[in-house]
Ligand binder design. Structure first.
Ligand SMILES: C[S@@+](CC[C@H](N)C(=O)[O-])C[C@H]1O[C@@H](n2cnc3c(N)ncnc32)[C@H](O)[C@@H]1O
Length: 329
């Protein structure tokens, strides 16, 4: 086992599979690491796999070839998943010549053929992004949450969010007059709108937008830690193993460690593994900036300059509104 200078005092670290470690970070092909992990071992596998978009870290291949390779890795992941465990697979679209291939639809079959059970298809919604001109602008990605069996961990109370109308009461029936909600908050639902504007912009890599999200690193598409935290809290218990096979800059590792889980990650790019080490060191010495779990998404008040109609558009806009009104009359 090799230790890192700052966090060796707090957690045991290994760069290969070691069952006595708290954090395992493998710099190499995920399949090599998976082959060393015992059967039924990991409670939660959570990842955002390469999307075959030709990013710096991937060679673009045909969609068929891409899915075939992914299916091989997923069947290995199935072997190491605990029978009460979950897989959360976060994907967007593969786009070729303007045609959209919804990756989660392709992935669904792969997981289903292994006998996994879909519990939620979570919509991760972005308020901002690139504007397309030949189709509607894409504003969400999905997380497929599968379990290996019908006996699985789901700690709803750990991830409840404040309800909008806590004062609502039953208006009929035996509980008439009593509060109808849950004092611990409401179920966060399967549409997650948990991101700040700055994050959305950096995720979509809008040119010339200098992202100021507190967690942004050099990685072109990292997870917000907050997104993983919700899955970690709901789907695992303390000391369970959380594994991100495509770990990037370690967002899942940080989310797991923050909540006293044990973390495994594999990442092929040495640069990203180094950033993970730096982020973990900052986390342990209390300097890592994280967007707090559950912080409300920024909503413009309408008074900001960017929320105002540009003066040169005013006349045309008023004209359009007038035309619309006439069409309805
Ligand atoms: C979409 S990114 C994941 C980012 C990650 N969620 C984060 O928050 O940083 C996918 C990552 O998978 C890595 N990767 C691709 N193929 C891999 C393989 N066969 N083994 C290990 N890592 C791989 C890429 O280098 C890339 O960093």
């Amino acid at each position: 086992m090799s230790n890192l200078p700052l966090f060796d005092k707090q957690k045991d670290f290994a760069s290969y599979f070691d069952p006595t470690a708290d954090i395992i970070l493998y710099n190499g092909d995920t399949n090599e690491l998976i082959d060393n992990i015992p059967d039924n071992y990991v409670k939660l596998i959570i990842t955002s796999p390469p999307y075959n978009l030709g990013k710096a870290y991937e060679n673009q291949v045909s969609i068929e070839k891409y899915l075939e390779t992914q299916a091989q890795t997923i069947s290995k992941l199935y072997r190491i998943l605990r029978s009460d465990g979950s897989i959360c697979w976060q994907v967007g679209n593969f786009v070729q010549d303007g045609e959209v291939f919804p990756l989660d639809i392709y992935y669904y079959r792969i997981f289903k053929e292994l006998g996994l059970f879909l519990r939620n298809r979570i919509i991760w919604h972005f308020g901002h992004g690139l504007h397309t001109s030949k189709r509607f602008s894409g504003r969400y990605e999905t997380i497929l949450w599968f379990t290996k069996s019908n006996e699985y961990t789901f700690n709803l109370d750990s991830v409840r969010i404040p309800s909008k109308y806590p004062g609502k009461r039953h208006y009929k029936g035996p509980n008439k007059g009593k509060p109808s909600g849950n004092p611990k908050g409401k179920n966060p639902s399967d549409v997650w709108d948990i991101l700040a504007k700055e994050w959305e912009e950096c995720f979509w890599e809008i040119p010339n937008v200098k992202s100021n999200h507190p967690e942004k690193t050099n990685h072109p598409c990292q997870f917000p830690v907050e997104l993983v935290e919700r899955c970690v809290l709901a789907l695992t218990n303390e000391n369970d193993w959380v594994f991100d096979p495509y770990a990037g800059v370690g967002s899942s590792t940080i989310a797991a460690i923050k909540h006293n889980r044990r973390a495994i990650g594999s990442e092929q790019e040495t640069e990203y593994v180094k950033i993970t080490h730096e982020r973990l060191n900052s986390f342990f010495n209390g300097t890592l900036k994280l967007r707090p779990l559950g912080k409300p998404v920024h909503k413009p008040t309408g008074k900001e300059k960017v929320a105002q109609l540009p003066p040169e558009w005013k006349e045309a806009t008023q004209q359009r509104l007038l035309e619309k009104k006439e069409n309805y009359e």
